[in-house]
Design a protein around this ligand. Structure first.
Ligand code: CS2
Ligand code: MG
Length: 412
């Protein structure tokens, strides 16, 4: 059975280098450390408590090598299944166990997942502007930074704040958008779907006019449209050949995508708020999407995400893993090991973490010539500086909420 490796110690770190992160640290009887990302934006303490108060005691003296059994134990054992908090907790344990297995084996995790299927993972970066001119500057900054694919978000005339739009950049500057406000309660933003639907096609026309037909362009409608409005937008963007249109409609109602799919050929990406394969069942079996947007942090770790991608592969659906700054560098590393190993890879989101965050999490993944790579270090390849982390305690912060102009609560 190979040498036994027991989990001896369980620690949960909550730190806030510019934004809050929850990290699980498992230490084995041989002193091998495994890290897992358990960050659930705006509800971080709920997962930290779930791990500290309900999971930690269940892990001590368990066999660290039995990843699948531990996954099933934490999924079926509590009786109450799924949900963002439970699945973020399971995800963190799973990532930490793969980290340990890689370190014990002396191999980077992607080697345990079957080795390389590609030289590196094509990444997309975030460009935004309150105006089209400001957007052009942001796109040029990303191209200069080596990105080969770009997500476009812009201001909408008449709306003060719109999802994904950071400060307008000068040449050489970086995208600084951080949606979570360090406020005691969420900030409220206004939304006007009609104004948005009128404005967006013109933005893509302008961008294609300047940057040409070949540059892969992505856009995130961030769950704000009805299925028919999603169809409208998808169709109006067809002339501009998008890489994908993301979260065009809230997809708890998976069948709503039948309406969108029947009306447009614009590729569709969905799933960053999902936390299990069951959330995708209709979307995948009816080929209503082209890209799976889940992250390892929210969908059951490397074990859960790999199974989801094996299911998606049957339907020629590819990965487009969620990689915003609220997925920690540990969660990003886990995604990258899958990105280079799985066959049905599509693209990887890469919203770069700030220097303060990278002062807490020492990473070994690289970004060269538009491609991300997990690196060759055994395990996941990320270390947590606990001293620096403990000096930056949790700070209350919430994602904004959205209201229509008449005050109706809407999807942010
Ligand atoms: C977004 C996220 O990156 C994306 O595609 O949808 O930034 C999302 O808003 C955040 O992860 C929410 O925490
Ligand atoms: Mg998104």
């Amino acid at each position: 059975m190979g040498r036994s490796v027991k989990i001896e110690k369980v620690d949960v770190s909550v730190t806030s280098p510019g934004r809050n992160f929850v990290t699980l640290k498992l230490t084995t009887s041989d002193g091998v450390v495994g890290l897992g990302d358990a960050t659930l934006n705006g509800r971080e303490l709920a997962v930290a408590s779930y791990l500290r108060d309900h999971v930690a005691a269940l892990l001590v003296s368990r066999e660290a090598h039995n990843i699948e059994d531990t996954w099933q134990y934490l999924y079926r054992g509590p009786y109450w299944r799924r949900g963002p908090v439970t699945m973020a907790a399971i995800s963190a344990v799973d990532m930490a166990l793969w980290d340990i297995k890689g370190k014990v084996a002396g191999l980077p995790v992607y080697q345990l997942l079957g080795g390389r299927s590609r030289r590196g993972a094509l990444a997309y970066g975030h460009a935004s502007g309150t105006t089209v001119e400001a957007l052009f500057t942001a796109i040029n900054n990303l191209l200069d930074d080596g990105f080969k694919a770009i997500r476009i978000q812009t201001g909408v005339p008449g709306l003060a704040k719109v999802y994904g739009v950071g400060s307008d950049q000068l040449a050489g500057q970086k995208y600084d958008y951080e949606p979570s406000g360090r406020t005691a309660v969420p900030i409220e933003e206004d939304w006007d779907t009609a104004a948005y639907l009128r404005h967006i096609p013109g933005v893509f026309e302008a961008v294609r006019g300047v940057f040409g037909p070949a540059l892969p362009l992505l856009h995130d409608a961030h769950h704000r449209l009805t299925p028919n409005q999603g169809a409208q937008l998808g169709r109006s963007l067809e002339p501009f050949g998008l890489f994908w249109l993301e979260d065009c409609t809230p997809s708890e109602n998976q069948e709503g995508l039948r309406r969108v799919r029947s009306q447009t050929t614009t590729p569709l990406a969905i799933g960053e708020v999902f936390n299990s394969v069951f959330d995708y069942q209709t979307l995948i079996t009816e080929q209503l999407i082209d890209y799976v947007r889940s992250s390892a942090t929210h969908t059951g770790g490397i074990t859960g995400l790999r199974k989801l991608m094996d299911f998606a592969a049957i339907y020629q659906i590819k990965s487009g893993f969620h990689g915003p700054t609220d997925v920690s560098p540990v969660g990003m590393a886990a995604a990258l090991h899958l990105d280079v190993a799985i066959h049905n890879f599509g693209i990887q989101e890469y919203m770069k973490h700030n220097e303060q965050t990278l002062g807490v999490f020492r990473t070994s993944y690289t970004f060269v010539d538009g491609l991300l790579d997990p690196g060759e270090k055994p395990g996941l390849g990320v270390e947590l500086d606990e001293e620096v982390a403990s000096a930056l305690p949790y700070t209350p912060a919430y994602l904004p909420v959205n209201r229509l102009l008449d005050g109706t609560m809407h999807d942010w």
